[in-house]
Ligand binder design. Structure first.
Ligand code: NAP
Length: 246
């Protein structure tokens, strides 16, 4: 794979993951666009990257399935020989107040948003240690820091991501593998599109900059953390939130 860095972004067919995939490709990396259900969207992301004159490939994997992650990364390392950047972006919501939240909604969000990041990290850690370098970037959320009514499952998973990030950062630091989290605030994607207007307005009122962010705002931060310039930064949580969480 010549001198190009190889990056894998989970859930990169749409939303924030897509913006991160495009940005890393624009920085010259070969990008593996992971998706679960959105095969067409992932193919479109690959096409957009190719139209930029860069290269990418789409690979299906449900990150909550450990065995599936093992085969994905076996294929990635077997084919490309290395993995320099892993972005754990895949995530879902199943919002409800605790009085109404079903056990399966709690379990599913933890399985995808938290266990998914463990699965992929576990599968790449050995390779990155062997390479004596790598970048792991976990997409958390401001609600993992601040909490949010109606999101007990999601906030618990996102807070868990922060614990995972800090622990992995400590375990892998001596091998020059950095592990950081990004905590986006409210970003314009299909995840926030479905919020009722009244809730959107109340969220907007909590943002000092007065507006939701764009997927590209998160992608810019991810590209920085993935770059050589961020080599001495590990175990951090970078909020990209228009000043919401300070
Ligand atoms: P989105 O538009 O709903 O996209 C979610 C992505 O996750 C999709 O690409 C989806 O892929 C993927 N995904 C879901 N389950 C998966 C699984 N089991 N295996 C692999 N991929 C899976 O959401 P988004 O707003 O871009 O969110 C991206 C990340 O940012 C999430 O972790 C989210 O929690 C976090 N975040 C978002 C906001 C926000 O305001 N939007 C704020 C803070 C944090 P398929 O379509 O292929 O299933």
């Amino acid at each position: 794979m010549e001198d190009r860095k190889v990056a894998l972004v989970t859930g990169a067919g749409r939303g924030i993951g897509k913006a991160i995939a495009l940005k890393l490709a624009a920085e010259g990396m070969f990008v593996i666009v992971n998706y679960n259900g959105s095969a067409q969207a992932a193919a479109d992301t690959v096409k957009e990257i190719e139209e930029m004159g860069q290269s990418a490939v789409a690979m299906q994997c449900d990150v909550s399935d450990f065995a599936a992650c093992e085969s994905l990364f076996k294929e990635v390392i077997g084919t490309y020989g290395r993995l320099d950047v892993l972005v754990n972006n895949a995530g879902i919501t199943r919002d409800n107040l605790i009085l109404k939240m079903k056990e399966e909604d709690f379990d599913e969000v933890i399985r995808v948003n938290l266990k998914g990041a463990f699965n992929t990290t576990k599968c790449v850690a050995r390779q990155m240690v062997k390479q004596r370098g790598g970048r792991i970037i976990n997409i958390s959320s401001v609600v993992g820091v601040m909490g949010n009514a109606g999101q007990a499952n999601y906030a618990a998973a996102k807070a868990g991501i922060i614990g995972l990030t800090k622990t992995m950062a400590r375990e892998l630091a001596s091998r020059h593998v950095t592990v950081n989290a990004i905590a986006p605030g409210f970003i314009e994607t299909s995840m926030t599109e479905k919020l009722p207007e009244q809730i959107r307005e109340s969220y907007q009122g909590q943002i000092p900059m007065g507006a939701f962010g764009k997927p590209e705002d998160v992608a810019n931060a991810a590209a920085f953390l993935a770059s050589e310039n961020a080599g001495y930064i590990t175990g951090q949580v970078l909020c990209v939130d228009g000043g919401m969480c300070m």
